[in-house]
Design a binder for this molecule. Structure first.
Ligand SMILES: [Zn+2]
Length: 331
């Protein structure tokens, strides 16, 4: 393949991106693998080779990609880089991910701190290359967000407030309409139908969750991902780990949670799809030592949708799975 214009542009973009990445990275081993792999990938593909004229949109998680696809239908190709089952808080991009991001027309991420390792790369790279980059979180009013600890950090798990997911849908509709005005009517129509499905989902979830008796309306999970869910549906939430599940729970965290569960006679605790279960198993064993049987509920989806082809591979299916799992264990 000759060095045509699109490739020299890509390589220039790569050079400026690489400069940025060099300043940020402290892992020479990773870079040694990263550079040749990326150059190889770039030599194999460029957007002009495919003949595909559709706008290419790259998202971070499958959940973001699902929302975007609900709005675009088939007028764009929508893909995501973080595989289902991996934790987006700690996910580090692979060379192939970077290549996918670089060859996209539009990049959309969840934001407000979720994709901690990717967010700065996405924003800086977007600014350098003039690519259209935006997050769902930036479309939400500050007053609707939950702040944590010192009051300066935002809890990024806003999708568990269905009204906020609906607002994020409107944000995607507006941003894509301004960027691709030829499709504005289609985007508006599809977004409006999706918001209507979200409104039905909220009514259904409220009815289901009403089956849980008052004393059992407590959701105990591995990390603090369900505060928006708790505020929406009047459920008390408690996570063993913080907002980002990077740290292991200490003995004190485990024993204080055990005390809480025993004193309040809570029937079940839950593990999460993308996080290890062993610490929660220690909590269950701790409760048994006090003669209180706590069941370990099925896995909940906290930060992403399920694997492609499963009923949970989209937001509506993921949310229904979580609600059914919570109600079955606590009612
Ligand atoms: Zn999370």
């Amino acid at each position: 393949m000759g060095l045509d214009n699109s490739n020299s542009t890509s390589i220039f973009a790569f050079a400026s991106f690489f400069n940025f990445f060099m300043k940020k990275s402290t892992a020479p081993g990773f870079l040694a693998l990263f550079i040749p792999s990326l150059l190889f990938l770039m030599s194999c593909s460029s957007p002009s080779d495919t003949g595909d004229k559709k706008t290419k949109i790259i998202c971070t998680t499958g959940m973001v990609a699902d929302l975007v696809e609900q709005v675009t239908g088939d007028v764009a190709t929508v893909n995501h880089v973080i595989p289902s089952g991996l934790d987006p808080h700690t996910y580090k991009p692979t060379p192939q991910n970077i290549s996918e991001i670089m060859s996209a027309d539009i990049v959309i991420y969840s934001g407000i701190g979720l994709e901690a390792k990717l967010e700065e790369i996405l924003e800086n790279y977007g600014k350098k290359d003039g690519k259209f980059v935006f997050s769902l979180g930036e479309g939400l009013p500050d007053s609707s967000l939950i702040y944590v600890e010192d009051g300066h950090s935002v809890d990024p798990h806003f999708w568990f407030d269905i009204d906020l997911w609906s607002k994020a849908t409107s944000h995607v509709e507006n941003e894509l309409s301004s960027h691709m005005p030829a499709f504005q009517l289609e985007f508006t129509d599809r977004a409006s139908k999706y918001r209507s499905s979200l409104s039905d989902l909220k009514d259904w979830a409220q009815t289901e969750l009403n089956q849980i008796p008052n004393g059992q309306r407590v959701l105990v999970t591995v990390h603090d991902a369900f505060s928006y869910f708790g505020a929406s549906f009047d459920v008390q939430v408690r996570g063993l780990l913080g907002i980002s599940p990077e740290l292991d729970a200490g003995v004190q965290d485990v024993s204080s949670l055990v005390d809480f569960l025993v004193q309040n006679k809570i029937a079940a605790v839950f593990v999460e799809e993308s996080l290890p279960t062993r610490t929660m198993e220690a909590v269950v064993a701790g409760c048994q030592n006090y003669g209180h049987n706590v069941s370990l509920g099925e896995k909940l989806y906290a930060d992403n949708v399920g694997a492609a082809g499963t009923p949970q591979d989209n937001y509506l299916g993921m949310f229904k799975h979580n609600v059914k799992t919570i109600v079955n264990a606590l009612k």
